[in-house]
Design a protein around this ligand. Structure first.
Ligand SMILES: C[S@@+](CC[C@H](N)C(=O)[O-])C[C@H]1O[C@@H](n2cnc3c(N)ncnc32)[C@H](O)[C@@H]1O
Length: 306
C-alpha cells in the first residue's frame, strides 16, 4: 500500500531508534528531504503526499544503510561547512563543525585587522591589506573544506593545498569548482608540504599554513563511533602512537615555507594542547592554544618569530 511522507518518516525514525542511532528522526528527515528534493519545511508541508514506489525503495535503502551506521553525509553526498555545501564521499573525512574554528581564526589572523561581515553567520572576512595576494597553504586538505572556504572568504588569496590521497584531491577539486574558486586553489598530491618545497615562489613567503591533519592516537581508533571508525578513511584519522606524528613532521617544514611573522594553525585533539605546543619551541615560535566552546583544546596557533 502507498505510504505517505508522514508515515514513512515515523516508520523510518522508529526503525533507526530501535537500531540505536543517536538522532533517528532527524536523520530520517534529512534522508527523506534528500530523496524528495525538498527542504525540511517542504517535508512537513507535504506530509500527506504519497511516495512513489521508486522513492519508497530509495528511501528504504538509505535507511537500512544508516541503520548499519553509515554517516548521513555519505548517504546524501554533501555536508555544510562555513555556510558552504561540500560534496563528500568515502575518500574524504566529513568536514566537522569544530574545524570552523580554525577557518574563522585564520580569517581573523589575516590582513590589516579590519573586519567586514558579509552576512554569512560567524564568518568574518578580513581584507588582505597587502600589495600582493595572500599566500595560504592547507596541508591535508581532504574535501577542500578549509582551502575552499578560505578562498571564498578571502577573494584575494591564493591557496596551495596538499593531500597524500588522490581520490580526496578529486573531491577537493570538485568542491573548488562548485564554489567558483578553482583558479585560486592549487592542489598537489604528496606528503605534507613536500610538493610545495620546490615551488619557486613559496619557501619563506607563505602568510599562513592551516592543517587539520589526523590527530587520533592509533590505539584509540577502535573506540571511535562506528560511523567514524568503519566508514571514514583511516588515513584521515590515524595520528600515530600519540596522535601528533604528522604535526611533529609538519612543524619544521612549515617553518621553511612561512614568511617571518607567518602563522601556523593546526587543529588538535581535546587534550593535546600542551604536547602540541611543545612541538613549536621558543625562540622560533610564539604559541597559543585556543579552546572550543566546550572549553577543550581545539587549535594551536603558532607565529614564526620575525
Ligand atoms: C583529518 S582529515 C582533514 C581533512 C580536511 N582538511 C578537513 O578539515 O575536513 C586529514 C587529511 O590529511 C590527509 N593526510 C594524511 N596524512 C597525510 C600526509 N602524510 N600528507 C598529506 N596529507 C595527509 C588525509 O588524506 C586527510 O584528507
Amino acid at each position: 500500500m502507498a505510504v505517505k511522507v508522514r508515515e514513512a518518516l515515523a516508520r523510518a525514525g522508529g526503525h533507526l531508534k530501535e537500531k540505536g542511532i543517536e538522532s533517528p528522526f532527524l536523520d530520517a528527515e534529512v534522508l527523506l528531504t534528500h530523496v524528495l528534493g525538498l527542504n525540511r519545511a517542504g517535508l512537513y508541508r507535504e506530509a500527506e503526499r504519497t511516495l512513489t514506489a521508486a522513492q519508497e525503495k530509495v528511501f528504504g535503502d538509505l535507511i537500512s544503510r544508516r541503520s548499519r551506521r553509515e554517516p548521513v553525509a555519505y548517504l546524501t553526498g554533501s555536508k555544510e561547512f562555513m555556510g558552504l555545501v561540500f560534496h563528500v564521499n568515502r575518500s574524504v573525512l566529513i568536514p566537522r563543525p569544530e574545524t570552523e574554528l580554525l577557518v574563522e581564526t585564520a580569517l581573523a589572523r589575516q590582513g590589516d585587522g579590519s573586519v567586514v561581515w558579509d552576512g554569512v553567520e560567524k564568518a568574518p572576512v578580513l581584507l588582505a591589506g597587502e600589495d600582493r595576494p595572500l599566500l595560504i597553504v592547507d596541508a591535508g586538505t581532504g574535501s577542500g573544506a578549509i582551502a575552499v572556504s578560505l578562498a571564498v572568504f578571502l577573494p584575494s588569496a591564493r591557496i596551495h593545498a596538499t593531500d597524500c590521497s588522490a581520490p580526496a584531491l578529486d573531491v577537493a577539486r570538485r568542491n573548488a569548482v562548485a564554489c567558483g574558486v578553482e583558479r585560486r586553489v592549487m592542489l598537489y598530491e604528496g606528503d605534507l608540504l613536500e610538493p610545495l618545497m620546490s615551488c619557486p615562489s613559496l619557501p619563506g613567503e607563505v602568510d599562513l599554513i592551516a592543517a587539520n591533519l589526523p590527530y587520533i592516537p592509533s590505539g584509540d581508533l577502535p573506540g571511535l563511533p562506528p560511523e567514524v571508525y568503519l566508514f571514514e578513511p583511516l588515513v584521515a584519522l590515524d595520528g600515530g602512537m600519540d596522535g601528533l606524528a604528522l604535526m611533529r613532521r609538519l612543524v619544521p617544514v612549515a617553518a621553511v615555507l612561512l614568511k617571518p611573522g607567518g602563522w601556523l594553525l593546526m587543529e588538535i585533539g581535546a587534550d593535546q594542547g600542551e604536547a602540541a605546543a611543545a612541538l613549536m619551541p621558543e625562540p622560533v615560535w610564539e604559541v597559543q592554544v585556543h579552546k572550543d566552546l566546550a572549553g577543550r583544546d581545539r587549535l594551536i596557533v603558532g607565529r614564526l618569530k620575525e
